[in-house]
Ligand binder design. Structure first.
Ligand code: FAD
Ligand code: UDP
Length: 421
């Protein structure tokens, strides 16, 4: 029986800490893992299956899956509680690893932006330019069009520089300035270039949001994939359980922590800024709402940034359709690290502390303060597992074999700034 998903069916689950499913044994757990998102769950699976460790995996939320958690709502539509999660990767290692726990549904994500009273493709491509300007340019024509408008930028540092240097100020203002100001509460000139560099510019007709070689959705959803990953006798799961409370009650030898790193150290150097969102989920009594999975609203006249319609992502057939509106917010659950120089500086101080803390590993988007996609977090977790296995005396080759993949796990750092295409 799958007894660790009280959030299934759309409910919030019990509010009291859930159970310990299996006894920890006289010597306690080998590992306490904080956070049952991708980072914590991959490590729980690897340590339990690969090294035979006894693992206690906890989360303060009432469900596994972290921000990738999905569930069927009251109308039976599969939705993502924390906004749209589209899986894409160029890492065969990551795809192979996750494929052990799920079958896939081919899905190439397409996004339209509401600009000048029409819906046009974003990333900006040939169609976008021709529609907005009433032109019929070929690829070379679009390249020249954009080149003529692009502003020379001596050193590309900020998220404004990236875009005005590629497409000029007018398109920057139409597609990026308002969206970014809403999403981050900051002007693009205040944010690292890596933020808007996630969105490429194209001169051809490719209207896919991502250019990755592997673009698929878990066939039965993310939560089912996590359930399969964690269904092992060495893994105990405790939900509605905060680290501080559990740490007092349970014996463990090593800690893996995927919560916010500044919180772990009681905000000793001050709070690291994380951007939050409020999600408005609604179901409308019509079969379809919009032409594609996500429509972006860069205008500052509406407070939300985008609307997601899940049926495009999931392939579900249903007479109704479910949507999520995303409203950015300074307060609430931490969802995004905020990439800018002074935050990187503050994070470095926490990183030094983290590196100097024995028997504790920090991993994942919040604990390493990196704007990572799901696949990057999986890659980071597999790399950490390989290091742990090696430190335990397992040879590098055996560690790679234990992580269940042929090639060495990728270093996390270069992936941090990888653009989408
Ligand atoms: P999380 O999923 O945040 O898991 C951390 C867990 O730790 C949480 O469940 C939290 O409750 C728990 N926790 C924290 N502190 C404690 C504590 N003290 N005690 C107990 N538990 C604790 N990536 C993509 O690849 N494609 C997408 O389309 C995509 N869309 C996204 C859309 C949104 C709106 C957001 C916010 C993110 C999106 N991402 C996407 C990124 C993706 O969510 C992350 O890369 C991934 O989920 C991070 O996994 P994680 O395990 O590091 O963190
Ligand atoms: N962005 C934008 N307009 C868009 C899409 C993206 O200005 O139509 C900027 C914005 O700053 C956003 C960033 O590019 O935060 C990265 O976009 P992405 O879609 O990758 O954001 P995520 O899915 O991670 O929220």
């Amino acid at each position: 029986m799958r007894d660790f998903n009280p959030g299934q069916g759309g409910g919030q689950g019990p509010s009291a800490p859930a159970y310990v499913r299996r006894p920890e044994g006289p010597a306690g757990f080998d590992y306490l893992i904080v956070g049952a998102g991708f980072a914590g769950s991959v490590l729980a699976e690897r340590l339990a299956v690969g090294l035979g460790k006894r693992v206690l995996l906890i989360d303060r939320r009432p469900h596994i899956g972290g921000n990738a958690y999905d569930h069927h709502n009251d109308d039976g539509l599969l939705i993502h509680r924390y906004g749209p999660h589209i899986f894409h990767t160029n890492s065969q290692q990551v795809a192979d690893y996750l494929s052990r726990f799920t079958k896939w549904r081919p899905y190439e994500h397409r996004v339209l932006a509401s600009v000048d009273a029409q819906f046009v493709p974003i990333p900006i491509n040939r169609t976008t330019v021709n529609r907005l300007y009433g032109l019929d340019l070929d690829e070379a024509g679009v390249a020249t069009f954009l080149k003529d408008r692009a502003e020379p930028v001596a050193e590309v540092r900020t998220s404004e520089d990236v875009v005005v240097g590629a497409v000029g100020r007018e398109l920057y203002e139409k597609f990026f300035r308002g969206y970014t100001r809403k999403q981050w509460g900051l002007d693009p000139s205040e944010l690292d270039k890596t933020v808007t560099a996630r969105v490429p510019t194209r001169t051809n007709d490719d209207d896919r949001y991502f250019g990755d070689s592997f673009q698929n959705m878990p066939l039965h959803g993310y939560t089912r994939m996590f359930e399969n990953m964690l269904d092992h006798p060495n893994i105990t799961i405790m939900l509605n359980a905060d680290f501080r409370d559990v740490a007092r009650e349970v014996q463990y030898r090593n800690l893996i922590y995927s919560g916010p790193v500044d919180e772990y150290f009681d905000h000793r150097f001050g709070k690291l800024p994380y951007r939050s969102l409020t999600f408005r989920h609604e179901t409308v009594d019509q079969e379809w709402f919009q032409a594609v999975g996500v429509v972006n609203y860069p205008g500052e006249d509406v407070p939300y940034t985008r609307i997601t319609e899940y049926k495009h992502l999931t392939g579900q057939t249903h007479p109704k359709t479910s949507l999520t509106y995303e409203f950015p917010s300074a307060v609430g659950d931490p969802y995004y690290p905020v990439p800018k120089p002074e935050n990187a500086e503050l994070y470095r101080k926490y990183q030094e502390l983290a590196d100097a803390t024995p028997n504790v590993h920090f991993v994942g988007r919040l604990a390493t303060y990196r704007y990572y996609n799901m696949d990057q977090v999986v890659g980071q977790a597999l790399a950490l597992f390989a290091r742990i296995a090696k430190a335990e005396g397992t040879t590098a080759e055996a560690a790679r074999a234990l992580s269940g993949v042929g090639a060495p796990a990728p270093a996390a750092a270069p992936m941090a700034v990888a653009p989408k295409a």
